[in-house]
Design a protein around this ligand. Structure first.
Ligand SMILES: Nc1ncnc2c1ncn2[C@@H]1O[C@H](COP(=O)(O)OP(=O)(O)OP(=O)(O)O)[C@@H](O)[C@H]1O
Ligand code: SF4
Ligand SMILES: [Mg+2]
Length: 369
């Protein structure tokens, strides 16, 4: 079966500096040979430190920017081969939600106008039914239909993110890229938005690419995880496997940095030496070698390929077979930070009906923030 989305060897280098004649002389290797696939209805999390290329991958996948090389196939079709009409149809099926919902919502438009715009653009609903559709969309994301008359500044951050989700849903997409959708929100609101996303996925069969630098948030939303470092994917596996037995030294370091709530829980924290190198001048060979506690000579000269084991857990590390077992750096009782524990508690609250996902919190008069 063909995956909904297939990304193959994607490369994007930005020009960072030009000489006197305007010729490029330095490049940021933002994305440097990234491949992955997303099945219909699943969530792939893209994680890694700031600047590793997550948002650039997102923009390439949506063809908001052009790749230097590599391909993106959606429903089996190469995006580079689409004509203008086909690209418009693709843009309907693949949407994006950003970290800052306020910046992405036009402050001069009412919520009703914001939600009507895509319906008109894609000629989805006859004009007589548009108002009803806007009200439906607001209900789906747990907002009251009367909010259609208000402006974005009249809402809280969590409510604005719900409006951004409603706008993405307006065009009935199959894939939504969520680029740090909860990073700007309070912890209590985060779990509501994450639950809403999961509920919508179950009801509508949506696929998500969930971009985050926060593994604690990713743990309970992802089906599969791809870990990025300096423009490359260093490990990809199903979420259960990655969180219980991360292979790559970089993934282990990221996971070990999630604080443990119980002071006596045994776990070694891996502290990475040095700064994250720049994508302007990434290290030779394995890009993690300047910070890796297991580095050997080969790592400095030869870039490791991403190789999958029999279970499909893929790792880009020359020494993957020789590394110590992962248990040494993971919490023995499976506990994570208080933030994550709260999220877990919120997730175990059931999945049926929007009423369980914080809808009641928006019934009061919206507060301005
Ligand atoms: N238009 C651009 N021109 C030049 N460099 C860019 C451009 N867009 C991104 N970059 C650079 O590419 C690299 C990857 O950036 P990107 O925004 O994809 O990272 P990210 O993983 O999303 O980071 P964050 O977690 O901070 O959002 C960074 O070094 C960034 O400075
Ligand atoms: S290839 Fe070498 S430097 Fe890179 S992660 Fe593996 S052991 Fe570390
Ligand atoms: Mg980003």
């Amino acid at each position: 079966m063909t995956a909904l989305l297939e990304v193959d060897n994607l490369v994007k280098h930005f020009v960072a500096d030009r000489n006197l004649f305007g010729r490029p002389r330095a490049f940021v290797k933002a994305v440097d040979g990234v491949s992955f696939a997303v099945e219909a209805g699943e969530t792939l999390a893209l994680v890694g430190e700031s600047g590793c290329g997550k948002s650039t991958v997102s923009r390439l996948v949506l063809r908001l920017i052009e790749a230097d090389s590599g391909s993106v196939r959606f429903e089996g079709r190469d995006l580079a081969a689409l004509n203008a009409d086909e690209l418009r149809a693709f843009r309907r099926k693949a949407q994006i939600i950003f970290q800052d919902p306020y910046a992405s919502l036009n402050p001069r438009m009412t919520v009703g106008q914001i939600l009507t715009e895509p319906l008109v653009l894609h000629e989805l609903v006859p004009s007589a039914r548009r108002r009803e559709r806007v009200e439906e969309l607001l209900r789906v994301v747990g907002l009251e239909p009367r909010f259609a008359r208000r402006y974005p500044h009249e809402f809280s951050g969590g409510q604005r993110q719900r409006i951004a989700i409603a706008r993405a849903l307006a065009v009935e997409p199959r894939l939504i890229i969520c680029d740090e959708p909860v990073s700007a929100l309070d912890v209590s609101i985060r779990s509501q938005i994450l639950n809403l996303l999961r509920d919508l996925q179950l009801r509508l069969g949506l696929a998500y690419i969930f971009v985050s630098h926060d593994l604690a948030v990713v743990k309970h939303i992802a089906d599969r995880v791809a870990v990025m470092n300096l423009g490359t994917i260093v490990e990809t596996a199903d979420a259960q496997s990655l969180f219980s037995a991360p292979h790559h030294p970089y993934s282990r370091a990221l996971l070990s940095a999630i604080p443990v709530p119980k002071p006596h829980a045994k776990r070694g924290r891996i502290v990475l030496q040095g700064e994250m190198p720049s994508a302007l001048n990434p290290p030779s060979g394995c890009r993690f070698h300047t910070r890796c506690p297991h580095v050997v000579a080969r790592c400095r000269s030869e870039q490791p390929a991403l190789v999958a084991d029999a279970a499909g857990h893929a790792t880009a590390c020359h020494r993957v077979a020789e590394l110590p077992p992962a248990e040494a750096i993971l919490p023995h009782d499976g506990a994570f930070s208080p933030v994550l524990e709260k999220l877990v508690a919120a997730f175990s609250g059931g999945t049926e009906g929007a009423g369980k996902f914080g809808v009641d919190t928006v019934a009061a008069t919206p507060r301005a923030t």
